[in-house]
Each structure stands twice: as C-alpha cells, then as structure tokens.
Ligand binder design. Sequence first.
Ligand code: GTP
Ligand code: MG
Length: 455
Amino acid sequence: MFKIDNNETITAIATPPGIGAIAIIRISGTLSFKIIDLIFQPIDKLKPLTLKSRRIYLGYIYSQKTLIDKVLINIFKSPNSYTGEDIIEISCHGSIYIQNKILELIINNGARLATRGEFTFRAFKNGKLDLYQVESLLDLFHSENELDHNLALNNLRGEVSLIIKNLRQKILNLNTIIEFGLEFSDEYLNPNKLLGFNNFLVNIRNQLKDLITSFKLGICFKEGIAIAIIGKPNVGKSTLFNLLLKSDRSIVSNQSGTTINYIEENIYIDGIKYRLIDNAGLKKKTRKKLELKGIKKTIENIKQAEIIMYLTNKITPKYLQIQRYYQDLFKKEIIFLINKCDLLTTKIKRQSSPILISAKYGIGINYLLNQLQSLSERFITNKKTPRITKVRHYEELKKALFQLNKIQEKIQIGIEPEILSLLLKEANYSLDKIIGTITNEEILFNIFDSFCIGK
Ligand SMILES: Nc1nc2c(ncn2[C@@H]2O[C@H](COP(=O)(O)OP(=O)(O)OP(=O)(O)O)[C@@H](O)[C@H]2O)c(=O)[nH]1
Ligand SMILES: [Mg+2]
C-alpha cells in the first residue's frame, strides 16, 4: 500500500517507458523546489525559487558540472497543482539514458520513487479529487470511443460526485434536526413531524433510484451494448456474426450444431460499441451433454444481453407478431430476422419483407443496421444524463436506497427517532464510501494500484 507520509517528496517518469521524442518527469512534495534548484540552471539565470507558478522555463539539467540535457520545466506551486503540493514537471529529450539520469539525480537529492497512482492518491488525500472522480480518471484512460470518453470526462468533472454530495448533505441536514430533537425536545419529534420527513425523503429516494437505473446505461457505454445472436441450429447465426465483425472469427459449416460454445467480440457501428455474442443453436430437446451446456450458456447470454437478434429460416408474413412474442418471452429488445433470403423466390420475398436478410451474401443488412441504431438510441439518448458505471457504486447506492425505503416503511407504522437517525447514518455511510469520505484500505489499494507509476 502507499506510504501515507505526505512529507516525502516523490518522483516518477510520467510518460510511457522507452525512447520517445520527449519524456516527462514529475516531482511532487515539499522538496520539489530545493531539488530543482540543485539540478536545474535556467537559461536566463533566474533562481528557481523566484520562478512563478504555472509558467514554463527553459534551461539545463546538470549532474554536478556535467550537462545532462536541455529541458523545459513546468512550475505548479502548492496548493494550485494536481496533487495540491509543489509540483515540477521536467520535459526532457526522450532518451532512456537521459530519463534515468534525471530521475537518479532527483532521487539522489532527496525524493523517492513514487508508487502506482501515488500522485493521484495525494490529490485525493489533499481534497483535489474525490474517490468517484479518481475512478472516473481511470475510466478516462481506458476510454475507447467518444461516448465512453464523454461519460468519463463528465464524471471526472464531478457531475455524479456533486449529486451524491448534495444527497449526502440533505440526509445530514435531516439527521441534524432529529438529533437536535433527541437532545432538547421530545415533543418536537412527534409522529406528524416524522411523517413530514418522509415527504422530504421521497425526493432523495427518487434521485437515488435515477442513479441506480443509470448503471445499466453507464455499463452500455463502457462495455458496449450486448447483442446475443440466437436461433435454431444452422440458421446462419455464425455467418451473420462474421459478417458484422468483418472477419471469419466463428466457424461456419452446413452441419447443425457447429457452434458449441459461445463467442464474444466487440464491434463499433457508427461510433457505438457493441458486444456481439454468437451462440450455440437452441433446440427443444437434446440428450447430448455438450449441446445442453451450450444451450444453457445461450440462455445466460440472453439474460445479460440488451438486444437479441433472433434468426430463423422459416418464412412468415407474421413477423411483427412473432417479434412481439419473443419480446414478451425474453423481456428484451428483439430484432427478428429471416436469413437465407437468397434461396427464396421473389413472390415469397415480397410477402415477408422487410426482415429478410442473407448473411452469406450481405443482403438486407442495411435494414438490420437501421433497426440496431434505433434500438441503441434507447440506451444512448440523453448523452448528458449523469451515469454510474461501477458495480461498487451501484451496490452502495442500492444499500443507501434500502435504508431509506426501510425508513419509509417504519415511519408509517411509527418509528423511534433514534432508529430513524441510525438508518439515516447508515444511508450516508454508503454514500461516503462512494466519494471516499470514508475509505477502506482494500478498496483504496485496488483503485490506486490500477494507475500507472507517474499518475
Ligand atoms: N444460402 C445461404 N446460406 C447461408 C446463409 N447464411 C448462412 N448460410 C449457410 O448455412 C450454414 C450454417 O451456417 P452457420 O452460420 O454455421 O449457422 P449457425 O446458425 O451458426 O449454426 P450452428 O452453429 O450449428 O447453430 C452454412 O453452410 C452457411 O454457409 C445465407 O444467407 N444464405
Ligand atoms: Mg454457429
């Protein structure tokens, strides 16, 4: 875990390892200026301690009297820096020798090598970022598309943190009133007054519910909207999967039961990320153990998918009814498709269009993509709504809501103010854990250990 001692000055190379055009070395802590004074000579001979915050200076790094490199340094004086401490960033030429030599010089003059995420840990400890924002920063590093990136950036800017902090404050205010009543006046907390609190809590509960439901949408941004391709064996599921993927990833054959285990790949269509899952064919009856396992997996995948692509080879003009039937059965969005239309006569085609496709010959795929786009909009509209993306946050929000629901039930039948106060505290405990007002070593370690050294 981290050395919590904030008095130590830390340093690290912040750019990726290896040779580059330039590399950046960071120093943070009380010795930053002293160290830079010992190793850096500004080109215009200013003494480093007179250098101004948020300015860039050109100069030379020396080891004793030996010139190491011509560099630029960025100055950020405490508290207006990423960590809240004095920070100096040295942009040097990206040779491995230069990077290591400068790092060694900094360490020899009093700093120590930072651990993973230690700069961000200090930012957190010094109140520059709350824990929710720290986790959003990780999401930002790993964002792969525009939606993902926007979501992480909004969360980093504190969109969700602010909502949680407001909710927490409201609960805290309510509890202050209750504790005041407990201390000074029993009559103050009469049943009518408590019922009034319930109305106040409705609003908090609704906001919590909104955040909890936003989890599913947030996950879609991050992990991709899950699409399970399902249908009976041999209808062309794997052929469609390969077509959408633009690669022969899944084995296709004219033998029924080719796909035994499901295959999953990420694809981007019009900038939206999807998790496409090719499944084993569904059968009403089978005695073969492997097939049974495959079908079980298919059912699990149906449950976790947002969209189902149901493929059949059976011609039907009643596709809308069938689509609705599967929609009710699976309680999911369905795209119902009749594959192998290239084998049909023109007359039959007219009867059952527009859901006819040929995965093998790429016919009707525009229809499929349009359907996909309009269904996906349900998951991605309102790009600006705050969303949560982490199971940890989801779980804590559910716990907070659980406590508030309990209060609602108990107030109706009469509740002791002491119990009410306790339940409110429990609800806030969960919110505190999300933004990091209350922390636990293990959670902190897991979060900060996912960062690089130098961040
Ligand atoms: N004519 C024609 N044949 C197709 C089409 N799509 C798939 N096929 C053929 O149908 C056969 C089965 O295709 P697959 O993609 O393996 O079918 P599947 O549904 O994945 O089959 P299982 O994995 O066994 O459940 C292969 O011979 C494909 O070439 C199509 O649009 N037209
Ligand atoms: Mg298959």
